[in-house]
Design a protein around this ligand. Sequence first.
Ligand SMILES: Cc1cc2nc3c(=O)[nH]c(=O)nc-3n(C[C@H](O)[C@H](O)[C@H](O)COP(=O)(O)OP(=O)(O)OC[C@H]3O[C@@H](n4cnc5c(N)ncnc54)[C@H](O)[C@@H]3O)c2cc1C
Length: 306
Amino acid sequence: MEIYNLIIIGSGPAGLTAGIYAGRANLNPIIITGNTFGGMTSKLSQIENYPGFPNSISGKSLINKMKKQAINSGVTFIKDSIQDFYVLKDKIILTGEKQTEYHSKSVIFATGININRNTIKGLNDYLGHGVSTCLHCDGPFYKGKKVAVYGNKENIFEDIKYLSNIAKEVTFITPNNNDYSKILLLKNVKILNNTSILSINGEKNSGFKSIDIQNNNNNVQSNLEFDGMFIINKEENNSLLFNNKINLTKNGFAITNANSCMTNLNGVFVAGDLKDKNSKQIINACASGADAVSEVKKWLIENKKL
Ligand SMILES: Cc1cc2nc3c(=O)[nH]c(=O)nc-3n(C[C@H](O)[C@H](O)[C@H](O)COP(=O)(O)OP(=O)(O)OC[C@H]3O[C@@H](n4cnc5c(N)ncnc54)[C@H](O)[C@@H]3O)c2cc1C
């Protein structure tokens, strides 16, 4: 069986950028795409903060451009999803969905964040279409508009304050009953505490429209309309692929050496949102994809594998 120089797992911005750099470095890389070509980015209707597109660009168009560039650089794509892997002395063995095996001298995992988004009815349908989990990406779209924020993140005050400086009106909905007196000082913020979200509603073409909520004190249900909605939860990665293999933070993100993409496993590197880094943005995902390839190349040479 062929042993590749480098297999990249994931076809989001981190994986595609790693592919472009590895292809141009003559490593003949393979990208195993996963089930969502383009990852989270491919689902975003409008991206305003990726440089080079002054009038914004849709996630699909951005990913298509990256894909074409990867193909031009010599990347081969394989549609599969990695279920397991183990590191031997001379190679890394990856197993796909149908037990297909892939052998490689080095691997970059760029699998993004795996979040269980089925916890709220409708969230999967409208994420990226009026519902966001990324305040700093999408907050500016709601200048002068009416938005809802729902979440369990501790210290949510700074997030709500940021949004209240942009939006006309912010409604903070929370199942908790903590002390929110600091939030109440913000003049355009309302709080609905002890309140759960039953469903996120909208229309296929126009996107998110409203939410159904329930007041947990008296079980009264109601429907509220907003221009947009943010879910601000603790960031957690639920992927089980790396458990007991790659060193992870308690929230499931890959721990690497300082300023590096190298993990605790020989020949295994990580890039993009999977890395333990605060700012999870496309530009950072791309940058770490490029960095990971430089490190892979150095590692292959130092270990006499090229
Ligand atoms: C609602 C929302 C709005 C956002 N808006 C913006 C914005 O405006 N600007 C911005 O810069 N950022 C934005 N972001 C953040 C941005 O989407 C991410 O930072 C970026 O997509 C991370 O890229 P990535 O390549 O690391 O991971 P992802 O894009 O998540 O890609 C992961 C890839 O790995 C694959 N994969 C997963 N598991 C496996 C497996 N087992 N085997 C094989 N493949 C696998 C997936 O199929 C996918 O192709 C937003 C995020 C959200 C949630």
